[in-house]
Design a protein around this ligand. Structure first.
Ligand code: 5IU
Length: 442
């Protein structure tokens, strides 16, 4: 029945040219999109005609990646951050649309609208909607049946039959978190292109070139122990997290050595100070005192609790060098008092400060959609566990694949190991493998 119906619709609407004219008036001519992309393969002629008519460049998605050459899935000239309108002929479940969108989003393209000639009203519209886009249909199946009935092209029995079939045969519900979290399927390189904060850009590029998304939490109290740990582990990490105020023999030379190692091994330094006071006090804590955090830390952790005034304490470069802030959106400790609303409000707070905020410290990054923000997740060990103070550990698979971590923080999992270097390699490889799996097309 379905093949016949489709052929009937196509012939009654007299050709691609007429349909593309209708589609153009319906949804393309007022669109501000940078690109069009037809869902392969049957929508390609319509998308081509619409591209010619509207002069909006077309992108092509390859369903099969080439085994030679560039292996690109998306052909065309585009930049991450540009928008793309999806063109489809018929939507049933929406799964083909979603597959195409996934590949486009992995390239950093922004997809908000999908236009279709015919919505069969079997759940496709809901699936597209619940995955973060809007479906606009030129015709619904109900409208089409009514037109055909009115024109005497089909009998009432046939119309009832088709209506019955459509209302009883619903497509499965599709909910793919990677589609609403744009960053999840994107490579670190692509996200570096989108980042506005130079430190975020640098961090993402370090991760991509060193092939590591491991941050070492160097929670030791002696400067010599920290420096010797970093001498062994530095080449395996993208970032080192410090708690400068736990060091017992702190001296300025330590900072010189720390910076030297950061340059030698190409990692960034995050001081996990968790600033939490009013902006003025925080500014003094950041710039003054014996640790002079602003002078050596590329990034700091900051509580959102006092409100956005706290962020103003970190705005502007220090000695001409940009800095980054990780806002605390969640904690890994059992029974902490952070609520879902607090987490969401923290993520919303960063929107206006994307030139300063590098990302969020959190456990579950479902609300972090912007690919220019990094999800930093502490509480990571090779097996699920807890320490005596309520710290909760998740595995690399859980944090990267299920909870969306971009960088995983490992402290005692490495620091307390007999051989920290070989343990760091184990973490690095496990975390990187999860990331590669996450961004792959499967
Ligand atoms: N840290 C957490 N959980 C959090 C936040 C920070 O563990 O929610 I915010 C810090 C504390 C410690 C490191 O410095 O991350 C984790 O160390 P272990 O892997 O040794 O637990």
């Amino acid at each position: 029945m379905y093949g016949n119906q489709k052929a009937y619709v196509a012939s009654s609407l007299s050709g691609d040219d007429m349909i593309s004219s209708l589609m153009y008036d319906f949804a393309v001519k007022d669109s501000k999109c940078d690109h069009l992309c037809g869902v392969p393969y049957t929508a390609l002629p319509i998308a081509t005609l619409l591209s010619v008519k509207s002069k909006i460049p077309m992108l092509m998605r390859r369903k099969e990646t080439k085994s030679y050459g560039t292996k690109k899935t998306i052909e065309g000239h585009y930049k991450a951050g540009q928008s793309c309108l999806i063109i489809e002929d018929v939507v049933t479940s929406g799964s083909s649309v979603l597959e195409t969108v996934k590949d486009l989003k992995a390239e950093g393209l922004v997809i908000e609208d999908v236009i279709v000639i015919l919505d069969r009203e079997q759940g496709g519209s809901q699936n597209i909607d619940s995955n973060g886009m809007k479906l606009k249909s030129l015709y619904t199946m109900t409208q089409l049946i009514n037109i055909l009935l009115r024109k005497g092209e089909i009998t009432k029995e046939m119309a009832d039959d088709v209506r019955h079939y459509l209302s009883t045969t619903k497509a499965p519900v599709i909910k793919d978190h990677s589609l609403t979290m744009d960053r999840i399927k994107m490579s670190y390189e692509k996200r570096a292109e989108l980042a506005q904060n130079p430190i975020t850009k640098q961090l993402l590029n370090i991760m991509a070139t060193k092939r590591t998304n491991l941050c070492l939490s160097a929670d030791l109290t002696s400067t010599t122990k920290i420096l010797s740990l970093l001498e062994n582990v530095g080449e395996h990490v993208c970032m080192v997290k410090t708690h400068i105020d736990i060091i017992e023999d702190f001296n300025d030379d330590f900072l010189v050595q720390l910076k030297h190692l950061a340059d030698k091994f190409n990692f960034l330094i995050l001081e996990d100070r968790k600033f939490a006071d009013i902006g003025n006090t925080v500014s003094l804590q950041y710039l003054k005192g014996m640790y002079k955090v602003a002078e050596w830390a590329d990034m700091v952790t900051v509580h959102s609790l006092p409100g956005e005034g706290i962020l103003k304490a970190f705005t502007g470069s220090i000695n001409g060098v940009s800095r980054g802030v990780f806002l605390l959106a969640e904690m890994s400790s059992q029974g902490n008092l952070i609520s879902a609303e607090y987490t969401k409000a923290t993520i919303d707070m960063a929107d206006k400060y994307s030139d300063l905020v590098t990302g969020f410290v959190c456990q579950n990054g479902e609300h972090i959609k912007n690919p220019a923000f990094i999800q930093l997740t502490p509480g990571v060990q090779l097996i699920n566990a807890e320490d005596d103070f309520g710290q909760v550990y998740n595995t690399p698979e859980t944090v990267v694949l299920e909870k969306g971590a971009d960088v995983a923080v490992v402290g005692r999992g490495i620091v307390a190991a007999k051989n920290p270097e070989s343990q760091a390699v184990i973490y690095k490889e496990a975390l990187w493998e999860c990331y590669v799996k996450r961004i792959s097309n499967t």
